[in-house]
Write a protein that binds this ligand. Structure first.
Ligand code: MSP
Length: 516
């Protein structure tokens, strides 16, 4: 069986993740579930990034030890990943003893082989980003990544010889066009960061305590990005003598899914670190866009934060999964609001999917007490309809290969729309009026049930609960990807899967709850 190792970025254990931070785990989950559906042996890893000055400061402000603080937040992040029904195989934490031990071994190895050296650092430091910047990297004197104030700092630091690997990396990126995706991100990395020349990277800190200690100099803490990036190998069995069988099986990762803001760390620092460790590079790093709130960054200070668990309790988990997976374009940022969520639920989940499943099962019950077989009384309209259903596998695969998840969902929903149109074209209610059309009516309902089944198979990765519910109502197990002629359906009484929402009523309800 072909293996597929997929990761998300590990989230900072600095606060409760908002819906934007939750997008990535849902996206990764849809991809992981899809690969499992297609028969891959999948390993899906996520987790929390728990060290650093910012977390140390937050814990202090909270009157907790850093360990107590991250234990709480990490538990909360895991809870939210579970609320979103994500099927990760492993939830890692950078405070795990094993991870810390291997990070120390990595640091030691790089030092022993001369890739890391001790020097003096002077520069401007951004605490939230845990990054040093030179004067000409600053934008209006502020951090180029987050726009916040920087502090002047001078300290003794270890440095990593980035420039030594620069040409090798450029050559690698240029000869592996699939490595950085989407394409625009690749050009950005090459032109903005690699071509101008890499500076050696400061890879230790002495100004705080909360982190992995440099094994041969305990004044120093390993730079949080070296600590964090290593999670992708420390948790699958890497060690400096080459790693165990599990490591040989899973590495290199097939896909690192990360947000656009941290693609630089994953396509420059991480590959160089791997080259220095003499390890193969991940096959692909995909930088996804962000989810914004009314086209603005979500933040507590702006008061425009939405949380996944609140949204799920209002709309249900699959409605939110659908929104995230469908509405965030592949390259440009997406936006979210209550109005937009309701609009999408009504137009797609209720009108197209819910309505189709409900109408079809109701008719099967009403006209045949739920028992439907294929009577094969075919008409012209059937063949093009069945062709649409049979082409779904290929259409979805094409989109998923490029990680165009929203477009893959559109392929499924276009097929559901074709089913609704098939009902309008064949008019089962008028066939039901004529005794001689009974077998034609049963054929029409068979075609509809079987098309719904195929769509439900492809909905599994995206809307797992909904797919399961459709299978339950159809009372069938078959998960094959194409139209089967020989099932014997015996469907249950229909239960609506998505209902239309009265937008103004719901919005008023949400506003009233907020005031409580
Ligand atoms: N801890 C680092 C990652 C280390 S990976 C070795 C980090 N953590 S984070 O919590 O700030 O972000 C986690 C992921 O969420 C990142 O990939 C980031 O891009 C993503 N997102 C943060 N805000 C987001 C949105 N508003 N929308 C979509 N993704 C967002 O970075």
């Amino acid at each position: 069986m072909e293996k597929f190792y997929i990761t998300t970025a590990i989230a900072y254990a600095s606060g409760k993740p908002h819906i934007g931070n939750t997008y990535e785990i849902v996206l990764a989950d849809a991809i992981a579930r899809y690969k499992r559906l297609k028969g891959f042996d999948v390993y899906f890893q996520t987790g929390t990034d728990e060290h650093g000055e910012k977390i140390e400061e937050k814990a202090k402000a909270n009157g907790q030890t850093p360990q107590e603080f991250v234990d709480n937040i990490s538990r909360e992040i895991k809870r939210i990943w579970d609320v979103m029904n994500t099927s990760y195989d492993k939830f890692v934490r950078t405070t795990d003893e094993h991870h810390k031990k291997i990070v120390q071994q990595i640091f030691q190895k790089l030092y022993d082989q001369g890739d890391i050296y001790l020097d003096q650092y002077e520069g401007s430091y951004c605490t939230p980003c845990e990054s040093f910047w030179t004067e000409n990297q600053l934008v209006d004197g502020k951090c180029p990544d987050c726009g916040r104030e920087v502090k002047k700092r001078s300290e003794e630091s270890y440095f990593f010889r980035m420039s030594k690997y620069q040409d090798r990396l450029i050559e690698y990126i240029e000869s592996h066009p699939e490595f950085i995706q989407p394409e625009a991100r690749k050009n950005e990395m090459i032109n903005n960061f690699l071509k101008p020349g890499l500076q050696d990277l400061c890879v230790s800190r002495t100004s705080f305590d909360w982190g992995v200690r440099v094994p041969f100099n305990d004044k120093h803490i390993v730079y949080v990005w070296i600590d964090a990036l290593s999670n992708y190998i420390t948790n699958i069995g890497y060690d400096i003598v080459g790693g165990n069988e599990n490591f040989q099986k899973w590495w290199p990762a097939d896909l690192h899914l990360v947000g656009k803001d941290i693609i630089r760390f994953h396509t420059i620092y991480w590959p160089i670190l791997l080259m220095a460790l003499d390890l193969p590079l991940p096959k692909q790093v995909f930088g996804h866009p962000w989810l914004l709130m009314n086209n603005d960054k979500m933040s507590k200070s702006k008061g425009n934060i939405m949380y996944a668990d609140d949204l799920v309790s209002i709309f249900g988990v699959d409605a939110i999964r659908y929104y995230l997976l469908h509405e965030i374009p592949f390259q440009s940022d997406g936006t979210i609001s209550y109005e937009l969520i309701i609009e999408r639920i009504n137009s797609d989940l209720a009108n197209v999917l819910g309505n189709l499943v409900n109408r079809t099962i109701s008719m099967a019950k009403k006209y045949f007490e739920g028992k439907i077989e294929n009577k094969n009384i075919l008409e012209e309209v059937d063949s093009s309809y069945i062709e649409i259903v049979n082409s779904l596998e290929e259409r979805v695969e094409k989109r998923m290969m490029k990680l165009e998840i929203g477009a893959a969902l559109d392929e499924i929903f276009d097929t559901l729309r074709a089913s609704n149109k098939y009902i309008d074209d064949t008019m089962p209610w008028s066939l039901a009026k004529e005794e001689t059309k009974k077998e034609r009516l049963e054929t029409v309902l068979y075609n509809l049930l079987e098309s719904i089944r195929v769509c439900a198979v492809f909905l599994k990765p995206f809307l797992p609960d909904t797919s399961e519910e459709i299978f339950r109502q159809l009372q069938i197990q078959d998960s094959s990807f194409t139209f089967n002629q020989d099932h014997k359906y015996c469907v249950m009484d229909p239960t609506p899967i998505f209902m239309r929402i009265d937008s103004s009523k719901k919005l008023a309800e949400i506003a009233a709850n907020k005031e409580d």
